[in-house]
Design a protein around this ligand. Structure first.
Ligand SMILES: [Cu+2]
Length: 271
């Protein structure tokens, strides 16, 4: 009874005080889905945590050794109902969460309810959005991300801008060591592995800023791999891409042809 009352109080506090601030927020559909799953996890885990602490305090108070000579406690025998209930309940919780997580992974990124997980799905995503997503190749290297737009002449930029409301298909790769492209508010995190094409989806809902970090320890200046991306209104984004295409045209000319991955020749770098 003590546990039930405390669990209800704790869950009410979670709903009103924790849920509104739950990361990663609602900047994209993928981020929203992650936030909702985090909220659900908090609602399920809080009564479990409260139960452990309640039983600890209960045991400290009620099972104290009475004063006098040391006595062995009563022998413990099996309690079938408790054991069955325990195994049944914990199995049910794990299975429900596994089903939820799997459903989230295989959701079509821009279906009405779905958003995709926002995580890297490798070169052959479990589910792909319909229509014509904006392809953005994220090229990681020590210690910088660059972005390539194959649908816009293969132009490469140091800063990332995305249009609002359009599904983005990130192709994450690396040209040296393993990095990880983490666009926090977009709900996107995908490993950047040399020679690999790691695909992740996100659909920005509103204009604004988002943070970009490398999320894989990648050497001396790993912490330096931080920048901000912009989500722009559609017309503003078209002006931005036209401007960078024009400004970078002389450099774009010298870039290798667009590919899923690039293999620099390390032996040539040593001089
Ligand atoms: Cu890195």
């Amino acid at each position: 009874m003590i546990w039930i009352v405390l669990a209800i109080v704790a869950d009410v506090l979670v709903v009103f005080l924790v849920d509104p601030h739950m990361p990663p927020g609602r900047f994209t559909k993928a981020a929203s889905n992650q936030t909702e799953i985090n909220n659900l996890l908090a609602l399920i885990m809080t009564p479990i945590g409260v139960g452990v602490l309640t039983f600890l305090v209960y045991a400290l108070v009620c099972f104290r050794q009475p004063p006098g000579p040391l006595q062995d406690g009563p022998p413990i025998r099996g309690h079938r109902r408790l054991q069955t209930g325990w195994v049944g309940l914990t199995t049910a919780i794990v299975l429900v969460l596994a089903i939820l997580g799997t459903a989230e992974l295989i959701e079509t990124p821009n279906s009405r309810a779905g958003a995709g997980a926002g995580g890297g799905q490798g070169p052959t995503p479990i589910s792909s959005p319909a229509g014509n997503p904006l392809q953005v190749q994220v090229i990681a290297q020590q210690w910088q991300f660059t972005y390539r737009f194959p649908q816009y002449g293969g132009v490469e930029t140091f800063s990332l801008a995305l249009p609002v409301g359009r599904t983005v298909e990130f192709h994450v790769t690396s040209i040296d060591v393993i990095h990880s492209f983490w666009a926090y508010q977009l709900g996107v995190k995908a490993d950047a592995v040399p020679g690999a094409d790691n695909i992740a989806f996100a659909t920005p809902r509103k204009p604004g800023l988002f943070e970009i970090r490398c999320a894989e320890l990648c050497g001396l200046w790993h912490g330096y791999m931080y920048s901000r991306g912009h989500v722009l209104p559609a017309a503003g984004w078209r002006r931005w891409i036209a401007r960078v295409q024009k400004a970078n045209a002389p450099a774009t000319h010298y870039l290798p042809k667009y590919a899923k991955a690039y293999y620099p020749a390390p032996t040539q770098r040593g001089g």
